[in-house]
Design a protein around this ligand. Structure first.
Ligand code: NAP
Ligand code: GDP
Length: 340
């Protein structure tokens, strides 16, 4: 990286963006993941402009004049929101990604610094549904994604296609990261339009209130059978990996950012851990009329560990979950819970 750099993080108010902000502000200055001399970090939000709009995107680049972009902004949701709004997920994310990359390319030659790198954020949802496991970086395009989120998945896959095309036609240094399911402080804790961990945290909070009000049989209702498996990464661990990628990773090929493939957790284990963190362990039941989604999507982190080093430590799941629940309880009034 140059001695003076401006790092623009789009989606800076969200789960992953706030994870990066936390790490940059709390790790020692000059350390592996801390802020370095000459770096200016900008955490943009939708208040800086709607990135579906090319003019607003251009205006954001004009305003901040970045040299590097970590592109996180996206329409994001869990299984049930993805199932409801397939076209919206496809269209909004296609527009946002195309605008971010084209403004970084800057074909009109607007007077601002050349962009040294863009890292866009994909997701393990992009992988094919029918594929041999574990998922690895070479399998992104080897079959259709799971039908439950094909809108979001196709929009995200196209970023990898764009990155290769920008590199081949213009030599640009655009790449992508592929995280597994993420959780942590500043997540979207909406009851329905969220991912499983924040959704179940908010629901458990309400169940606990009911129990305290005298309904001792109240139970957390978990959607589906509880049998699907997921790999979860804590947002503050993921943040460190993005910061490392920004400084060290210069390949167009995507990089999976994940815990080990042997660290899959079932949705029932998630429910058990969340009820435990609230002190009502085991007070849950399943609504099997609701969808399970993709059964599993285990990804290997072999390429990541070969590059970042085998000594990179991931926060144990139960510890990260407790930190997230504590954060939710302390920030309930301002957290994204779907209340107006
Ligand atoms: P999030 O908490 O929902 O945050 C989304 C961010 O994007 C917010 O900062 C939001 O700004 C911004 N944004 C949304 N639409 C925008 C628009 N039209 N114009 C400008 N900004 C817009 O999402 P997240 O979970 O941090 O996700 C970050 C990235 O990680 C996404 O690319 C997502 O696909 C990827 N990812 C997430 C997960 C996961 O489990 N959460 C897993 C794998 C990959 P406002 O706050 O101002 O609305
Ligand atoms: P996915 O990995 O993209 O499918 O994302 P999610 O975070 O939405 O996880 C979905 C898995 O959790 C599915 O197996 C759901 O059936 C299960 N699940 C159980 N309860 C909930 C809930 O309250 N919200 C969500 N989003 N999923 C839930």
């Amino acid at each position: 990286m140059s001695s003076s750099s401006v790092i623009l993080v789009t989606g800076g108010s969200g789960l992953v963006g706030q994870g990066i902000k936390y790490v940059i502000e709390t790790e020692p200055v000059g350390s592996k993941f801390g802020k370095r001399e000459g770096e200016t970090w900008i955490f943009a939000t939708s208040k800086d402009g709607d990135l579906k709009d090319p003019k607003a995107t251009e205006a954001m680049y004009e305003k901040y004049k970045p040299t590097h972009v970590i592109h996180l902004a996206a329409l994001v949701g869990g299984l049930f929101k993805n199932m409801k709004y397939k076209l919206t997920f496809l269209r909004d994310n296609m527009l946002i990604n195309a605008n971010i990359l084209e403004s970084a390319h800057n074909p009109g030659g607007a007077p601002r610094p050349k962009i040294e790198k863009v890292i866009s954020c994909l997701s393990t949802c992009v992988f094919p549904d029918k594929v041999t496991y574990p998922l690895d970086e070479n399998k992104v395009h080897s079959g259709p994604p799971h039908e439950s989120n094909f809108g979001y998945a196709h929009a995200k896959r196209m970023v990898d296609v764009y990155n290769h095309a920008y590199k081949e036609e213009f030599g640009l240094n655009f790449t992508s990261a592929i995280p597994t399911n993420v959780f942590g402080p500043y997540d979207n804790f909406d009851l329905e339009d969220s991912h499983v961990i924040p959704g179940l945290i908010h629901k458990t909070y309400k169940v606990k209130k009911e129990i305290e009000a005298g309904n001792k049989d109240a139970k957390l209702v978990v959607a589906g059978t509880g049998k699907p498996l997921r790999q979860f990464i804590y947002s503050r661990d993921l943040a460190k990996l993005f910061i490392w990628m920004l400084r060290e990773y210069d390949d167009v090929e995507p990089l999976i950012l994940s815990v080990g493939e042997d660290e899959e957790v079932s949705i029932e284990e998630v429910a058990k851990a969340i009820t435990k963190a609230f002190g009502i362990e085991g007070q849950y039941k399943f609504d099997t009329s609701r969808a399970d989604g993709q059964f599993r999507k285990p990804a290997t982190n072999a390429k990541l560990l070969s590059l970042v080093g085998k000594d990179f430590t991931f926060t144990p799941f139960d510890e990260a979950l407790q930190e997230t629940v504590d954060w939710f309880l302390q920030n309930y009034e301002t957290a994204r819970t779907g209340k107006k």
